[in-house]
Design a protein around this ligand. Structure first.
Ligand SMILES: Cc1cc2nc3c(=O)[nH]c(=O)nc-3n(C[C@H](O)[C@H](O)[C@H](O)COP(=O)(O)OP(=O)(O)OC[C@H]3O[C@@H](n4cnc5c(N)ncnc54)[C@H](O)[C@@H]3O)c2cc1C
Length: 387
């Protein structure tokens, strides 16, 4: 097949990662093609996210990527004029048990050492912050006021418009079927509609990353892990922060929810055990489980009507952290995969990092630290606590 175009970089996937990555790469002067199998940007896992954005993590690489991304989301409207419904309400990880209190307090040491604006609040202070919270047994929690939330749909679209403006080319409804490799170097991709040349191919294929990796002869430990979410009717604002309860509950590892600027509550539950696979049909199990936990945390929610639930995929790795960087081989194959439950919030941070990897000869100490932690040949035995 004759190549239909020659690019500097081909990005596979216009999702939470691929779209902002294309934006930064095109702004840096690279000729970028983004190929996505779906009809428009952000239609994979991106659209299933609920829009939580935080730098509150337990791993230094994720804290750094979170800080960089939060800055971009929180200043987007000011810098670019588009309203992505950003709200700096902060994240509040609540503790109702001694063990959760200890785990969260232990993390503060590393979080603060990486510059995170976060503190422990006792039960009384949490009640002042969230008057509707259930006070029974509340020991306290962490609060990070610079974290927040925004619309994952609006943000991805805003990145897409900026990427196009900077010259990135997007092909939708087109599936990458093969990665072309010559003398152990990437030379482009073959799709169901044609072939394209580039010396660099970025795997930003989200839950499909392992399939794309196999096209380059690689085996990536990224599995589709299904999670459900939902949205309620809108009500007058009464909750500021995004609330996370990391305590294991009935068939769930944790829950998180927040009230949008427009009044609706967005909520999500991490199933325990994991539900692996690509099935995205909603279940009848989710709502009874998640509503019970939300109402026990915020009893006022009991009267709220749910508008819709949906199910999407976390691109999950064994240790709960992404895989970012060049493959040892083939040359020119760059990975930005395995974003787990945080790919939306990492989009701008990962996108700008990928651009620096491609364009800079010498990376900063901070970037090198991130890439070392998130390297593809790590042992994957760690377990990121706030994944
Ligand atoms: C219920 C739920 C709630 C979540 N809430 C949050 C949240 O609050 N905050 C947060 O940060 N994250 C959240 N996440 C996680 C987040 O959605 C993912 O981590 C993120 O979207 C992954 O981004 P990605 O770019 O890697 O994948 P995607 O956004 O899925 O993008 C990958 C793209 O690659 C394309 N693609 C794959 N293979 C091919 C191919 N062969 N050819 C062409 N195109 C291809 C796909 O079509 C897709 O568009 C949530 C996820 C779920 C399911």
């Amino acid at each position: 097949m004759n190549p239909q175009g020659i690019f500097d970089v081909i990005v596979i996937g216009a999702g939470s990662i691929g779209t902002p990555a294309a934006m930064y790469m095109a702004q840096a002067g690279l000729k970028v093609l983004v190929v996505d199998q779906f009809a428009s940007p952000g239609q994979g896992s991106n659209k299933a996210a609920i829009g939580g954005v935080r730098a509150t993590h337990s791993d230094p690489a994720k804290i750094r990527l979170g800080l960089q991304s939060t800055k971009v989301f929180s200043t987007w409207q000011e810098e670019h004029g588009q309203d992505i419904e950003w709200h700096s309400g902060g994240y509040c990880f609540v503790a109702y048990t001694e063990q959760d209190e200890k785990s969260l307090q232990d993390l503060l040491v590393i979080q603060k050492s990486y510059g995170l604006n976060i503190d422990w609040l006792d039960g009384q202070a949490i009640r002042e912050l969230i008057p509707a919270i259930n006070p029974l047994g509340l020991r306290g929690g962490t609060f990070s006021p610079d974290d927040g939330h925004c619309s994952n749909l609006l943000a991805n679209h805003a990145f897409y418009l900026s990427a196009r403006q900077a010259g990135a080319v997007f092909h939708f409804h087109e599936t990458v079927q093969a990665i072309s490799i010559h003398n152990n170097r990437v030379t482009g991709v073959v799709t169901d509609r044609g072939s394209y040349q580039a010396a660099i191919v970025v795997n930003a294929a989200g839950p499909w990353a392992a399939q794309v990796g196999s096209m380059a002869g690689l085996s990536h430990p990224v599995m589709p892990d299904s999670h459900e979410a939902g949205i309620t009717e809108p009500v007058a604002p009464f909750i500021g922060p995004l609330i996370v309860d990391i305590h294991p509950g009935d068939h769930s590892a944790n829950i998180y929810f927040y009230q949008q600027n427009t009044g609706q509550f967005n909520f999500c539950l991490t199933p325990e055990p994991h539900i692996w696979g690509y099935n995205c049909n909603e279940t009848s199990d989710f709502l009874p489980l998640v509503s019970k936990r939300m109402i026990s945390l915020v009893p006022r929610l009991a009267k709220l009507r749910v508008r819709r639930t949906w199910r999407g995929l976390y691109p999950m790795t064994p240790d709960g952290s992404p895989i970012i960087g060049w493959a040892d081989q083939p040359d020119g194959y760059l990975m930005a995969i395995g974003m787990c439950g945080q790919g939306f919030m990492f989009g701008p941070g990962v996108g700008s990092l990928l651009t620096r990897i491609i364009t800079q000869n010498e990376l900063s100490v901070q970037d090198r630290e991130i890439l070392y932690i998130l390297r593809s040949n790590r042992d994957f035995i760690g377990n990121e606590m706030l994944k």
